[in-house]
Write a protein of this length. Structure first.
Length: 529
């Protein structure tokens, strides 16, 4: 019996749908990996061993040709020590972005790179082989495909290139820059942090603000690279959850950095906490607290805004020191009147949760915003939070911090002294309010998951600790104390980070600390009912 026309059309559609499914399945299983149907990768041919041998026959191996290899017409970040190019790619897509080319010659891949998926290639940190062929010579290069942005800069000044990839393709930002070593004790570390100044105008990088002043934080003493990232994210979420103006801290993005043609590991490209960040106006005051105020007095506080000290800024500094950093008898009402109380509670809880020993009254910013009534209530903002979440003064993963009973800020301690019952009641109420949202275990561990996934899946975490496998506290009076670490782990090079750090440590701390503080605040509520 002849088939009905409708059945034939249905059958054709079925064939087409089946073929489409096969094509899509093949793509997902690896057909999009290296475009090997056309034997091209980043727009250039991939040669098998025999083809490569023919191309190189009769040529001499030379060096110094790295400047002739181009990515989308521009230079490629290059590490001269290992003869390696670094190319950033979007970890969330199947295809590769950017086209490689050669000035005065051609470039070829060794086809042996075809065996892995894009994500495996990136996360495993595989070194690919790229050949430049020109004239009578050739040079073989290594290539790392990374999932992080790559920043290449020159010290003390020169041109900076920032390359990154997103769903819209590969992007390149260029600027003239100067770099200046920053920090106090951290200046003695092998891996140094820098102030990055764009000398030819403002730019916005990686979704951060538009500015010319940036910080490259080396994260050398940030074990696991995530303590600052987690702290800033949690604080900013806490700040968004209150009614206080101008109490947000910086934002940052992870990047891989090459200085002067040498690979330097993972850095945090970080915004500054300044007038622009906090939307300050004439009459407002901003101080950076860089040392223990009670011990160092006025010298511990650096004026950030206004640019020059005036009567208002000096009054704010003197009032703060006299009320909170001296042994003078001051009434609770006087202390509280000088503060944005909700911020004081949040800052005290932040220090209590993270056991932020360095941030009790150091490594913070003080903001005094002028009100219509002429008062300037003070807000405190955390900064430089590497010694948090169970890590403090090289007592790596000291479990005693999980059950530390009181690590409130200096301001918080003074408020408790003035009105213990009332302050503890307010702290407990705010604690349990935040535990339902910002400070839930799910939220905190979710942020950690995001950070570790970005660092590990990009391959950058492992590369960073291959470059900097040891933590060394420096020499002389500024050197940190290593006596809190098992002496058998300390060598002339310092302490090997893999001996004292595992990512799971911070998860254990978060779970244990949240549970402990829930019980602790419940007891405080009962005591002060």
């Amino acid at each position: 019996m002849p088939k009905k026309p409708g059945n034939n059309a249905t059958e054709k559609r079925g064939y087409l749908i089946g073929a489409l499914i096969v094509i899509l399945t093949a793509a997902l299983l690896g057909g999009l990996v290296f475009y090997y149907g056309s034997h091209r990768f980043f727009g250039i041919p991939c040669a098998n061993d025999s083809a490569l041998e023919k191309n190189l026959a009769g040529l001499s191996e030379v060096s110094g040709l790295e400047g002739k290899v181009l990515l989308d017409g521009g230079s490629v970040p290059y590490d001269s020590e290992t003869n390696t190019f670094y190319i950033p790619q979007n970890m969330g897509s199947f295809g590769y972005d950017g086209v490689l080319s050669a000035e005065g010659g051609e470039v070829l891949w060794n086809r042996g790179i075809s065996e892995k998926s894009k994500q495996s290639l990136i996360s495993d940190g595989d070194e690919l082989q790229l050949f430049y062929i020109g004239g009578s010579g050739y040079e073989k290069f290594n290539v790392i495909i990374t999932g992080l942005p790559v920043l290449a800069a020159e010290r003390p000044s020169g041109e900076m290139q920032l390359l990154y990839a997103d769903r819209n393709g590969l992007h390149r930002c260029s600027a003239e820059e100067t770099l200046e070593v920053r920090g106090s004790r951290s200046k003695i570390y092998e891996k140094k942090s820098y102030n990055l100044k764009l000398t030819d105008g403002k730019q916005s990088f990686l979704g951060l603000r538009n500015d010319e002043d940036w910080i490259l934080n080396a994260l050398y003493d940030d074990m696991g690279l995530v303590h600052n990232a987690l702290s800033y994210r949690i604080w900013n979420e806490m700040a968004a959850n209150n009614d206080i103006k101008s109490d947000n801290t910086a934002e940052q993005k992870f990047v891989e950095v090459l200085f002067d043609g040498g690979y330097s590991g993972v850095y945090a490209l970080t915004e500054r906490v300044d007038k622009k960040q906090l939307s300050l106006n004439k009459g407002d005051v901003l101080y950076k607290v860089r040392d223990w105020v009670k011990d160092s007095g006025k010298d511990a506080m650096k004026l950030v805004y206004p640019d020059e000290p005036d009567a208002d800024s000096e009054a704010v500094r003197d009032f703060f020191i006299s009320r909170f950093c001296s042994d003078e008898a001051v009434t609770y009402e006087d202390q509280r009147s000088l503060l944005e109380y909700e911020n004081a509670l949040d800052y005290a809880l932040f220090c209590q949760l993270t056991v932020a020993g360095d941030n009790l009254l150091k490594n913070s910013f003080l903001v005094a915003t002028l009100r219509d009534d002429g008062t300037r209530p003070i807000v405190e903002i955390p900064w430089d939070c590497n010694n948090t979440w169970g890590i403090w003064e090289l007592a790596f993963q000291n479990q005693d911090f999980i059950t530390e009973e009181a690590c409130f800020s200096t301001v918080g301690d003074r408020l408790i002294e003035g009105d213990e019952a009332g302050t503890y009641a307010d702290l407990a109420d705010r604690w349990f309010e935040l535990r339902r949202s910002v400070l839930s275990e799910e939220n905190i561990t979710g942020i950690l998951d995001e950070n570790f996934a970005e660092l590990h899946n990009s391959g950058a975490y492992e590369r960073n600790y291959e470059k900097w496998p040891y933590y060394h506290p420096g020499e002389g009076e500024e050197a940190e104390d290593m006596t809190t670490i098992d002496p058998s782990l300390v060598t002339e090079k310092g302490v090997k980070i893999s001996d004292i750090w595992q990512d799971e440590y911070i998860y254990e701390y978060v779970r244990g600390r949240l549970s402990f503080l829930d019980g602790w605040f419940e007891e405080k509520q009962k005591e002060n009912q």
